[in-house]
Design a protein around this ligand. Structure first.
Ligand code: ADP
Ligand code: ZN
Length: 302
């Protein structure tokens, strides 16, 4: 069995996962404090695993925004972030010393990969993973690979058509009423003037929230043609009736343009995650596995 390590670096905690093949055999959780302390603890855990049995590769799935282009001079570094102390942090610090292939991607791209290969999207070549929580993050797998490019997908900051008459200014510090500014946890708190989780399911405002989320879903279908959209996060999991309502509104928005997009199809397309909290760590292990294979392949080719 090949031995891998996966790191999921989140805003509140880092999870180090030890993989024997694709099975997680040990998990260690470290509180996210400063980069030096948090990443240092992770490196210590990996060093122990590596001594016990050499690691073949390391996969890192991190919060962003992040430079994931391996040819960029700031590869592995965190870009502009409101998270104090983390802007410019080198997420691969200390990992290069292991001398094994390293793969880096966003936490949500890794989760999308894991859900596509092992979770709610098995058999799908193209899948989108969205987490609606403190912010909105989106990972995209197209043709079985996580999508990258100029940077990486930032679906949460898409700007969409507003509901006529809804004048909520939004809560995104960059854009106001981008989709994160409209339906993230803090946005709902502002929209409901308090704890949204306590609002009644029949509250008319949930329908406005669903209409906004439906805009995102419709645009994702039009832009990327995913075979499945997995929606998790505190809001995604806590407000499943709202999510179902959003899915049900999509056919009217696309107005017959996409063949087969009716209420039944939307019910199958929009699903909750199957891997729960393991999506990120498993995704990191899948990244490691891919890095190990690529490196083997290039050695073979000379
Ligand atoms: P994070 O984004 O930090 O990983 P979560 O995905 O758990 O964390 O999301 C936390 C956010 O989701 C908070 O803003 C919280 O208020 C909001 N939230 C959690 N559950 C619900 C719910 N049932 N209804 C509305 N908002 C919720
Ligand atoms: Zn925004």
């Amino acid at each position: 069995m090949t031995h891998y390590a996966g790191l999921e670096i989140g805003g509140t905690k880092l999870i180090a996962a030890r993989g024997m093949g694709r099975s997680i055999v040990e998990r260690v959780s470290v509180e996210t404090t400063t980069p030096a302390e948090t990443l240092g603890s992770a490196v210590d855990v990996l060093a122990r695993w590596h001594r016990e049995e050499p690691l073949s590769a390391i996969g890192v799935a991190s919060f962003g925004p992040l430079r994931i282009d391996p040819f960029a001079p700031d590869y592995g570094h965190v870009l502009a972030t409101p998270k104090r102390g983390w802007e410019g942090a080198d997420m691969l610090a200390g990992l290069r010393g292991f001398g094994v292939p390293i793969a880096l991607d966003t936490d949500v791209n890794a989760a999308a990969l894991a859900e596509a290969q092992l979770g709610a999207g098995q058999g799908c070549d193209s899948l989108i993973y969205i987490t609606i929580g403190t912010g909105i993050g989106g990972g995209v797998v197209v043709g079985r690979r996580p999508a990258h490019g100029l940077l990486h997908p930032e679906l949460g900051h898409m700007m969409l058509r507003r509901v006529a008459g809804d004048d909520f200014a939004g809560a995104c510090p960059f854009h106001g009423d981008c989709i994160e500014g409209l339906v993230s946890g803090p946005a709902l708190h502002k929209r409901f003037g308090g704890d949204a989780a306590a609002a009644a399911a029949q509250d008319r405002r949930w329908d406005e929230v669903a209409t906004d989320l439906a805009q995102l879903l419709a645009n994702l279908l039009l832009a990327l043609s995913p075979q499945r959209i997995v929606i998790g996060g505190g809001v995604g999991l806590g407000q499943q009736a709202m999510v179902r309502n959003a899915a049900a509104k999509v056919p009217a928005i696309v107005a017959g343009y996409l063949p087969g997009i009716d209420a039944d199809a939307m019910g199958r397309l929009i699903v909750p995650p199957a891997l729960g909290a393991d999506a990120g760590p498993l995704g990191a292990i899948l990244l490691a596995e891919a890095a190990a294979m690529t490196s083997k392949e290039s050695l073979r080719r000379g």
